[in-house]
Design a protein around this ligand. Sequence first.
Ligand code: DGL
Length: 274
Amino acid sequence: MSKIGPIGVFDSGYGGLTVLSEIVKQLPEYDYLYLGDNARAPYGTRSFEVVYEYTLEAVKELFSRGCELVVIACNTSSAKALRTIQQNDLPQIDSHKRVLGVIRPSAEVIGDLTKTGHVGILATEGTVKSQSYLIELQKFSPSTKVVQHACPMWVPLIENNRHESEAGKLFIQEDIQQLLDKDPKIDVIVLACTHYPILKQYIETIIPSSIQVLSQGKIVAEKLSDYLKRHHELEKTCSKNGEIHFLTTENSLDFDRKASMFFGKTVVSEHIKF
Ligand code: DGL
């Protein structure tokens, strides 16, 4: 008999909460278990091996707490660990469990949004170096020209609540300018790090209105909804009481204070170690 449990949602820290909030809006009936590995964030500058090891640990933790399906709501982990977990680890852990990421769902729709055929990707160093967006977009929209730019300062600025300071805004302006200098024809900028939606409003004030800024939350939520409709056996294993629990590897009071900014609602978390 299949087990029943919450849908797991994982990120290195707070960013995945921007995805979870959209998932909950679209699929409020399910239960969710969010895990932020805040004690080891940011992942963006870490090596392939380390991101893979940390992500696998987190996924196993969510499985051990009853999740049959885990969404990796982190581009860096999706870029560096998802494929290996899906292909090598899942068959050994439990071939009925599933792990999904955020890059493929985004790549499926990006090509349809651009009129000029030129798209800019803003992401962590790890995501940019992995070339995952280039590889995935090549599959779904081979004619789209993609330019990437890494913003290594953005996650630390956001995590430390310094993104609205004058210095923080200067970093953001500089990175946006560098991206647009690489390709002035860009008409879609993808916020390809789940922390970045916090900056969306500000970014929209410093770019021409002809450029669309895309957050992933809604897209990932829509694709998850489709996925659950197509995978009835898995859907039946997702419990439905409309409850959300939050876990963090850092201090839970610190987590709760900042998490509400990303989730848009009060968050009460539990500290865990693994
Ligand atoms: N939120 C993660 C992402 O989407 C990155 C944050 C980090 O560097 O840990 O890539």
